[in-house]
Design a protein around this ligand. Structure first.
Ligand code: 5RP
Length: 237
């Protein structure tokens, strides 16, 4: 197993320790969240966790939960989620995030916003000093608006490209049937709150992958003496 997978496995394990019986859980998306969902199913099957209901953040997590017999409830039918556990693409020292590497950020943000606690699980490659220096910000756009949105983003000093699918000709189509622009700003993102609002204000934009002031805790996997260990950094500022 490569070291990044070892780190992901370790944080997935640690995250499950935060889950208690009777919880409504937000089930994140991506490879780290998928490992967490598999461990959750294991704990439920062993009878260690009882009466868990999951709220999926994507088609990916929904299919996985169904395959593993984790009871699911629809986002629309819950008024509150106890704990959401999700991965991230970038985490800054103040726990502001870029998400959407898997193009799931619309539902991920809805679930995170409804959760009492948002726990982010990452390997240490995801920790950055400043957001968007290297990982582009995903922006979900209505299909016939992508060119127009791209023009507005370029006026904001952002260069963007339409995310292309692999194993399918043409662009990535999201779970909602939209497209994704991946955006790099010339100087990165120093003011995530302002950028999040400004982008979401562009006509044709559904949601962007900046998660501002939503994260309560972060678990980070790292390799120490050839072994994956987990730590929980304190939030800066
Ligand atoms: C999907 C996401 C994922 O949580 C993010 O891309 C991290 O994925 P991984 O754990 O595979 O690195 O935001 O939209």
């Amino acid at each position: 197993m490569d070291s990044q997978t070892q780190m992901k496995e370790a944080v997935a394990d640690a995250a499950i320790k935060e889950v208690k019986s009777d919880m409504i859980l937000g089930l994140g998306s991506g490879s780290t969240a998928a490992l967490m969902i598999k461990r959750l199913a294991n704990e439920i099957n062993l009878g260690k966790l009882k009466n868990i209901s999951g709220v999926a953040t994507s088609f990916q997590s929904e299919v996985l939960a169904l395959e593993l017999d984790i009871p699911l409830i629809d986002l629309a039918s819950v008024s509150q989620i106890d704990l959401a556990i999700d991965g991230a693409d970038e985490v800054d020292p103040g726990f502001q995030l870029i998400k959407g590497g898997g193009a799931c950020h619309v539902r991920e943000k809805l679930v995170a916003s409804k959760a009492d606690q948002l726990l982010i699980v990452v390997d240490e490659t995801k920790l950055v000093q400043n957001l968007n220096q290297s990982f582009p910000l995903p922006v979900e756009v209505l299909p016939n608006a992508w060119k127009q949105v791209q023009g507005v983003i370029s006026e904001m000093n952002g260069s963007s490209y339409l995310r292309m699918a692999t194993k399918k000709a043409g662009p990535v189509v999201t779970d909602q049937g939209n497209l994704v622009l991946d955006v790099l700003f010339n100087d990165g993102i120093k003011n995530p709150k302002e950028i999040e609002m400004n982008i979401n204000n562009i006509p044709g934009v559904l949601e962007n992958g900046l998660f501002v002031d939503l994260t309560d805790n972060v678990l980070v996997g790292k390799i120490e003496n050839n072994t994956a260990v987990v730590y929980s950094p304190s939030k800066a500022g």
